[in-house]
Ligand binder design. Sequence first.
Ligand code: HAM
Length: 429
Amino acid sequence: MADQLQHPRGTADVLPDEAELRDALVGTAAQLLGEAGYQHIDTPIFESTELFKRGVGGSTDVVRKEMYTFEDGGGRSMTLRPEGTAGVARAYVQHGMHKLPQPVKLWYHGPFFRYERAQAGRQRQFAQIGAEVLGSDDPLVDAELITLLHRLITAVGGQQIVLKLGSLGSLEARAEYRQLLLDYLRSRESELSEDVRSRIDENPLRAFDAKDPGTQAVMAAAPLLMDHLAGEDAEHFAEVKAMLDVAGIPYEIDKTLVRGLDYYTRTVFEFSSAALGAQSGVGGGGRYDGLVQQIGGPATPGAGWAAGVERLLLARSPEHRSTVKRTPPLHVIVAPGARVAAFQLAHVHPDLATIDLSGRSVKGQLKAAARGAAPVLAIVEPEQVTFRRRGEDEVTVPLADAHAELHRQLAATGTVTFYGDDASDGPAA
Ligand code: HAM
């Protein structure tokens, strides 16, 4: 026998139980974001490699080590999207969305790809739900986004959630601070890890992310941008905080929150859950006032977030973990010779009926049906149908009347209402 094949490391088959949970989660997000005026957008799963190099930034781990990059048939370099913001920003520019009333509020969900060391909560293919607002630098936007992500995490039952908040300042303030930090890092260069040293010029801020003790010791004494926030940057951040206070969303200020992507300016935030272990980030984001210009569009402020679908599900408290399975209210038993009749009865309302496809005897099918939770049972024979509703006498009708009787039976359960047909005399119960 040939070797049994497995899915690639860091990927997962989403089996029906979990698929149902994920659909419900995306449904919750769609409703929440839709009601807040966000419109659904779907961008390609692969884009030109250049987009991520310019958008996400050449000094990030994501671009340096984690991209699934390939050459297509025409010799162009393509990359499976490692995140969603760059693609949405590209679509905004490409379709002239800056000419629409601003800001443009968008949301998305789908698969993303990063070649990372796979472990619990960290995969090479994962799913995100994300939201982006382009065309406004108002701190209201930042506060609305954070509030929405908080509501989403709360709605799915996220437990032990902490919100960390920081500000990276405007592009100009960052440039000034960058020089300050660079001078400091140079003064202690010999204590830094090789990896950090090689990237000092590209993005000295990333040194805050370093894991080696030597660099961490240096960074503990490094000048912090948040201590240098001034003017409009300081005001912007103060307003975001004031709005979160009004919304009653608790947060911790984290002066070293840099996040793993280069496009951030001003507000950055991250929700984590202590229930998740090492990979505790449930969702995060921030403002990216330079990104649209960076990828060739007009100067346009923006802000957004993304949350990992797998991590949202892992962060749920125990009482949110049980799945509520929807049982169709009708269970159809198929007697010999009655396959077409059973199909005819059930197909009118495919969402309300389960047909027994097991091919077992009627007795066997009845036994299986007794284990289920459907309130109405229909035993379909070639000439007639017998309905059994829990707690009621059974009713047998000729096939020609079966449809009308089915409506009466279902309506009587109180779970289904039919309008404008022969059962419109309403629920009997
Ligand atoms: P990110 O922090 O890189 O941000 O990812 C957002 C979320 O995606 C993380 O908090 C985590 O839940 C999930 N995630 C990331 N990598 C993995 C992985 N390897 N396995 C499982 N889950 C993962 C962004 O992607 C930005 N585009 C967010 C954003 C939108 N910023 C502004 N707008």
